[in-house]
Ligand binder design. Structure first.
Ligand SMILES: C[S@@+](CC[C@H](N)C(=O)[O-])C[C@H]1O[C@@H](n2cnc3c(N)ncnc32)[C@H](O)[C@@H]1O
Length: 434
């Protein structure tokens, strides 16, 4: 389990990933790169590595709290290698029943030695053995905000914001939601296969498949190694897309022949879904800020094989006069704080703060204010974010409706995370006729 045949152990790879994340890299991207690079790892090792890297990241606040109860040197003063070796080991002790505590401690000590910290092996060993002996006796703070912050490893400012906006019970529900075990949601490309055929094909590959309880167009899959290894994925028969995100194009009232503009489209989930609904007719223009992002959309277009969609580089904050009143449906799935997708992007919560939250909400207003002019009279504007924040969601929608009385808010919905969906927000606006 711990050392593969090329000598790099899964715990050492997990350490590499954690150090990269601390240096500012995105957790889901580093993990994907490592899994791609170390393809020779067994399926079991890949699952262990994924769980260890993701779990240690998403439980970081709690793990540091535990370590700091037993170490005179606090985690923020430790060398990054040592603090991440300790975090990883404490995660195994607390959350991975299949790993004996002694193995977690021994492997941590060996890793510290291999990484050049032979002089600290006694420290690592002492702290970890002490934690292993007392793991069920650790006292947590009584203050609700601090308790929730540590128990769910969520920065306190986010807890404060959610308790203020949704109340304590809902906040606990949201926090629990991120830790629910979940399968991957896929949207079936009905132009390339049928639901029955796809279920048969995936099941034949040894993948577990379930119907999605909310959406007929989606399935839940689990037990696969990695996506690119699934022939049906390479052949564009499905797209990985969360249920809440699928609802954007599904609820937009797209009709065959429509012109759809997606102003923040990479990697293309909603734009491709719109193209699929158009069923070979109409056109989708999928835009994003940089050529690199636009290239991601192009890769997905080519995998899905659609011809009624093009990807274009365009900054959504710059007005494009040629697009004025052209769109039957405008999709504004805007950059956001991402607090609804913390189950997948486990490090995001540590990167945001109240200032970045205010900045992103202001950017959303600037984009909405610019792109709304592309919507035809009687056309639709779908505003969505993958976050749970009134400032970015309901307050921005309210601001927009007041500033642009030519639009009516038809409905809005905040979706909270669960085992079958991410946290997400959608507002549907209709532009009045002249
Ligand atoms: C939430 S993601 C979009 C996800 C996409 N709609 C999908 O379903 O796959 C937001 C996107 O906005 C892009 N973005 C950020 N600022 C932008 C700007 N000023 N103009 C255009 N796109 C921007 C980001 O590059 C990112 O790809």
């Amino acid at each position: 389990m711990t050392t593969n045949n090329q000598g790099v152990g899964t715990r050492e790879l997990a350490l590499m990933i954690l150090l990269e994340i601390e240096r500012g890299e995105k957790s889901h991207i580093v993990l994907r790169q490592v899994l791609e690079k170390y393809q020779y790892l067994s399926k079991q090792d890949r699952a262990f590595l994924t769980r260890l890297a993701e779990g240690t990241t998403e439980r970081r606040i709690e793990l540091d709290y535990i370590i700091n109860q037993f170490s005179k040197v606090k985690t923020e003063k430790m060398k990054p290698v040592i603090r991440n070796i300790l975090r990883c080991a404490v995660y195994q002790i607390k959350y991975m029943d299949q790993v004996p505590d002694s193995a977690a401690c021994n492997e941590a000590v060996n890793l510290a030695i291999r990484k050049g910290f032979k002089n600290l092996r006694g420290f690592v060993n002492g702290v970890l053995r002490n934690i292993a002996r007392n793991i069920d006796k650790i006292a947590y703070p009584e203050n609700t905000e601090e308790f929730l912050s540590i128990k769910y490893s969520m920065p306190q400012w986010i807890i404060r914001m959610w308790v203020r906006d949704y109340g304590e019970e809902k906040t606990k529900y949201i926090l629990e939601g991120f830790y629910k075990e979940r399968a991957t949601t896929i949207r079936i490309n009905g132009n390339a296969t049928t639901k029955e055929e796809l279920i048969r094909e995936l099941t034949g590959e040894g993948i577990q498949v379930k119907e999605h309880p909310l959406l007929a167009s989606a399935l839940l899959i689990s037990g696969y190694d990695y996506l690119a290894a699934i022939p049906a994925f390479r052949e564009g028969k499905f797209q990985v897309q969360d249920a809440a995100s699928i609802m954007v194009a599904e609820q937009a009232g797209i009709k065959e022949g429509d012109y759809i503009l997606d102003v923040c489209a990479a990697p293309g989930g909603k734009a491709l879904h719109a193209a699929q609904i158009l069923n070979g007719t109409g056109m989708v223009e999928a835009r994003d800020l940089t050529e690199m992002k636009v290239e991601l959309i192009r890769e997905n277009i080519s995998r899905m094989g659609f011809e009624n969609i093009r990807a274009v580089q365009q900054n959504a904050t710059c007005f494009d006069a040629d697009s004025e009143e052209k769109a039957d449906v405008l999709i504004a799935d805007l950059p956001c704080s991402g607090l609804g997708v913390l189950a997948k992007k486990t490090d995001l919560k540590y990167k945001m703060n109240p200032e970045t939250e205010t900045e992103v909400a202001a950017l959303q207003r600037e984009i909405l204010d610019t792109v709304c002019r592309y919507v035809k009279p009687e056309g639709t504007l779908m505003y969505s974010t993958c976050t749970i924040s009134r400032i970015e969601n309901e307050e921005n929608a309210g601001w927009f409706a007041e500033k642009h009385p030519e639009f009516d808010l038809e409905w809005e919905k905040q979706i909270f995370p669960s085992d079958i969906t991410d946290g997400f927000y959608i507002a549907k606006f209709i532009r009045r006729s002249r």
